[in-house]
Design a protein around this ligand. Structure first.
Ligand code: HEM
Length: 241
């Protein structure tokens, strides 16, 4: 009897072993399921290195260089801008041409950035919102001499005259400026407040369209020479965002 029981037990053990081997062997027949489980786990879980660049790309790019005044250089939704006497592609939102002077501008709710590119090597100027010919306009006049840019904030004192704000109880409200002079053209860039609060300026309102005067001299620098060419145009400011 004892021998019979032992034989039965041995047969049962062998049977369990065989069944177990079959089950384990059948697991080897499912490599795809195992692989796909591994793949699903590894692939969709973001790794540290895959999240870092996108987090970095949300940061604003650094300005190319630092300058003394806070408004001289910045990053806007339209790219990097710099008051450096160079008009880069996309640096200004708007452009027009008046008497062969390219006028570029961008504004937010507080500041107006302007670049003037004249086909001369003398002064170049813009008059904003004139009332009667030159009278009542806020003039910004500038030129480049021996590599140095000079800019003055003027006011149209009569139909064919203007004077420095500082000579008439006002202030020079140009916040930042730069210029470059080339063999055949001059570039002047500057930033002014939309509303300086100075009586010798014109308060400008975002979203509105303004008449402008533009003038330049072919050769002569300075703030008082009559223009060799002048013209009129309009600019429309962007609404404050
Ligand atoms: C001291 C400097 C300046 C002098 C002596 C001067 C003088 C004159 C004179 C005599 C006229 C009338 C004759 C003409 O049409 O040419 C005139 C017109 C004009 N000037 Fe000037 N100007 C000076 C600066 C400027 C500046 C800086 C601008 C613009 C940024 C400007 C824009 C104009 C315009 C647009 C007219 C035509 C106005 C019209 O007929 O409706 N001028 N200027």
């Amino acid at each position: 009897m004892n021998n019979t029981l032992l034989i039965i037990l041995a047969v049962a053990l062998v049977a369990v072993g065989v069944v177990g081997w079959i089950i384990l062997s059948s697991g080897d027949d499912l490599p795809e399921a195992a692989e796909s489980a591994d793949h699903v786990y590894v692939t969709p879980v973001p790794t540290e290195s895959s999240t870092t660049p996108s987090a970095e790309s949300e940061e604003e790019p650094e300005p190319e260089s630092e300058t003394e005044t806070a408004v001289s250089e910045s990053t806007t939704s339209v790219g990097i801008w710099a008051v450096d006497g160079v008009v880069d592609l996309g640096e200004y939102v708007h452009s027009t041409t008046v008497s062969d002077v390219a006028v570029h501008w961008s504004n937010d709710g507080n500041l107006l950035r302007i670049a003037l590119e004249s086909p001369g090597t003398g002064y170049v100027s813009i008059g904003l919102d004139p009332v009667d010919r030159m009278e009542g306009a806020n003039f910004i006049i500038g030129y480049v001499q021996e590599g140095e840019a000079y800019v003055r904030d003027d006011f149209g004192t009569g139909p064919t005259s203007h004077a420095a704000d500082t000579e008439r109880g006002g202030e020079d409200n140009v916040l930042s400026f730069a210029g470059t002079e080339w063999a055949d053209h001059t570039v002047l860039e500057f930033v002014i407040p939309l509303d300086s609060g100075d009586e010798m300026d014109k308060a400008l309102v975002p979203g509105r369209t303004y008449d402008i005067l533009v003038a330049y001299h072919d050769l002569q620098d300075g703030f008082t020479s009559r223009h060799s060419r002048r013209g009129e145009g309009t600019i429309t400011l962007d609404p404050a965002s």
